[in-house]
Design a protein around this ligand. Structure first.
Ligand code: FES
Ligand code: FES
Length: 159
């Protein structure tokens, strides 16, 4: 049995008929072909699959697509709709990525933090990113990127 599911993704209403057990991350990647949302583990621990669900960063591998029925989702593609988001620029500028696999999730979690706390302390940044794992950077450049992103967002006045 399949079920109809509809939601708003990156500002556009989408509707698909899917298996009820389909994960939100698979809905986003396979049904919508938005492959910027990554899958980095099968234990709900890496955060590479993070998206915004009604403004809150969630691991999309821990939620069924049907649980997002009627909700608003923003993926990494949605954040850069009006050109590179200041957080993305900051990650490039401060070398907050190496292989880039964790980066979409890092940026989504950073976005949630900076939306509610425009000038976070290092401790607050570390706490906000505690659900996101990176195998490459050692985290220092990621923290530097988020600090720089907070500056850019305040000066560019971009949300
Ligand atoms: Fe979702 Fe790792 S793929 S937490
Ligand atoms: Fe490679 Fe983070 S940059 S996992």
């Amino acid at each position: 049995m399949k079920v109809k599911v509809s939601m708003v993704v990156n500002g556009e209403k989408v509707e698909r008929v899917v298996q009820p057990r389909m994960l939100l991350v698979d809905f986003i990647r396979r049904e919508l072909r938005l492959t910027g949302t990554h899958v980095g583990c099968d234990t709900s621990s890496c955060g590479a699959c993070a998206v915004l669900l009604n403004g809150r960063a969630v691991k999309s591998c821990t939620i069924l697509a049907v649980q997002a029925e009627g909700k608003e989702i923003v993926t990494i593609e949605g954040l850069s709709k009006g050109g590179m988001h200041p957080i993305q620029k900051a990650f490039v500028e401060k070398q907050g990525l190496q292989c880039g696999y964790c980066t979409p999730g890092m940026i989504i979690s950073s976005y949630q933090l900076l939306s509610s706390n425009p000038n976070p302390s290092e401790e607050e940044i570390r706490k906000a990113l505690s659900g996101n794992l990176c195998r490459c950077t050692g985290y220092k450049t990621i923290i530097d990127s988020v600090k720089y992103a907070s500056k850019l967002m305040r000066t560019e006045k971009r949300k």
